[in-house]
Design a binder for this molecule. Structure first.
Ligand code: PMT
Length: 230
């Protein structure tokens, strides 16, 4: 049987990939399916937590049992939904792949080809860093977990990047996925490392996304049982 160690806890999980509209029919997006975030939400609910799942473009996935799902599409919508739910949460896990940039303007009509073979240039603007905002405004004792999708062939370069990101973002835990051809995005399995702000590091062997989710909640549960240790 699963532990009920999250009984009485409230958690927020983000999942999926944001879409940043360019014109009425096009968007900038990414390959996140939402499966990892959904597994996190499902496992947390099974372990007794009250779960709010903010899903970016995840309508293909069935709602996990007993979980409140808030559907969003853009990074700004995801930011607003997470900001609404986070103040009451004991833990927030950001598994969503959020676009760092969006088209600076939304064309009112579909962008058309011209006869002169030229191509348009699309100016981009920065999206808010939701994770950094969460860390800056969190209630005392709230645990914040980030995910990092890193490309890089060598273990060293992936982990170096991730440690820098963990320091910069200031979250308690960071799950590092090596991504690239056929890895992490859209798959049923996942692997990587779990890094803590205190410098601890665990290797997460290749396994189901539910298995990885259980590892994350184990670590979050540890931190919850030792408030003030962060
Ligand atoms: O959805 P699946 O197909 O199952 O795939 C899962 C996954 C690979 C998408 C997931 O495991 C994962 O790694 N998610 C984070 C991917 C990512 O966008 O990482 P990042 O390095 O760009 O962002 C780092 C962290 O900051 C993330 O927690 C992200 O949610 C957060 N972020 C990023 C940009 C931004 N503007 N605001 C943010 O809060």
């Amino acid at each position: 049987a699963l532990p009920r160690d999250l009984e009485g806890r409230r958690v927020v999980v983000s999942a999926g990939g944001t879409r940043e509209p360019l014109d009425p029919v096009r968007y900038l997006g990414n390959r996140s399916s939402g499966k990892q975030g959904y597994a996190l939400a499902r496992v947390a609910a099974q372990r007794g937590a009250t779960v709010t799942l903010v899903g970016a473009n995840t309508s293909e996935l069935p709602d996990p049992a007993g979980v409140e799902v808030v559907p969003v599409s853009t990074a700004e919508q995801l930011a607003a939904a997470v900001r609404d739910a986070a103040p009451a949460a004991d833990a927030v896990v950001m598994a969503a792949a959020v676009a760092d940039f969006r088209p600076a303007t939304l064309a009112e009509h579909k962008i058309k080809k011209t006869d002169d073979m030229s191509a348009p240039t699309v100016p981009l603007t920065r999206n808010p860093d939701i994770l950094a905002g969460l860390v800056a405004s969190r209630p005392k004792d709230q645990i914040v977990v980030g995910f990092a999708a890193e490309t890089g062939d060598e273990r060293g370069s992936v982990l170096d990047h991730a440690r820098t990101k963990l320091k910069r973002k200031g979250c308690d835990l960071l799950v590092v996925n090596a991504v690239g051809e056929g890895k992490a995005f859209g798959t049923d399995d996942n692997t990587g490392w779990l890094l803590s702000q205190q410098g601890l590091q665990w290797r997460i062997p290749l396994g189901s996304k539910s298995r990885l989710a259980a590892t994350v909640w184990d670590a979050v549960g540890e931190l919850m049982r030792q408030p003030g240790q962060r």
